[in-house]
Design a protein around this ligand. Structure first.
Ligand SMILES: [Zn+2]
Ligand SMILES: [Zn+2]
Length: 158
C-alpha cells in the first residue's frame, strides 16, 4: 500500500465517520491510521497495540467500538479463519480480489491474486446461471517450514 493509498483510505473513513455523526477524536484518528498503515492482518488486540504507539491514550473500548465502523465502510474486512479471535484485513481496499493461503500449524497468512482464477470463477458461476458476488477462497495447508520440517517454529499454542 503506498502512502497516497493510505492517506486516501484514511480520509474516506474519517469522512464516513463524520457523515454518520461520529466525532473525529484523536483516539479514532490514531485507530484509523494504525488500521491502514500496515498490510498485515491483525486482531483487535494487535490493533490496540499499534494504535497506542501513535496515541498512548487510545482505549480498548474505543478500539472495539471503532472496528465495526471500519468494517461498515467496506474498506476493512473480517476474515473468518476459524480462530477464537477475529482477524481483520486492511488489504481489500487496494486489492479487492485477493485470496489467502493459511498454514494449519503456525497460522501464517499468505495473500495471492490470480487474474485467471477470477475469470474462471465468473465463467463458472455464469455457466451455472449464477451472478457471482463475493468470492472468498481460503486454502489451508502447510507453509514451507511445515512441509520441510514437520512443525513450525512460530506455531500457535492450541
Ligand atoms: Zn488479506
Ligand atoms: Zn507454518
Amino acid at each position: 500500500m503506498t502512502k497516497k493509498d493510505q492517506d486516501s483510505i484514511q480520509e474516506k473513513i474519517l469522512a464516513y465517520m463524520e457523515s454518520n455523526g461520529l466525532r473525529i477524536t484523536n483516539q479514532r484518528r490514531a485507530i484509523v491510521e494504525a488500521a491502514f498503515s500496515t498490510t498485515d492482518h491483525y486482531t483487535a488486540e494487535e490493533l490496540l497495540d499499534s494504535a497506542r504507539k501513535i496515541d498512548p491514550s487510545v482505549s480498548r473500548a474505543t478500539v472495539y467500538r471503532t472496528l465495526p465502523v471500519l468494517v461498515q465502510t467496506g474498506l476493512l474486512r473480517e476474515l473468518d479463519l476459524g480462530r477464537d479471535q477475529q482477524v481483520y484485513d486492511p488489504n481489500y481496499a487496494t486489492h479487492p480480489n485477493h485470496n489467502h493461503l493459511i498454514c494449519v500449524d503456525c497460522q501464517k497468512i499468505i495473500e495471492f491474486e490470480d487474474y485467471c482464477l477470477d475469470v474462471r470463477e465468473s465463467v463458472l458461476a455464469k455457466n451455472l446461471g449464477f451472478r457471482p458476488g463475493v468470492v472468498k477462497l481460503r486454502i489451508e495447508g502447510s507453509c514451507e517450514e511445515l512441509a520441510k520440517t514437520g512443525s513450525c517454529s512460530k506455531r500457535l499454542v492450541h
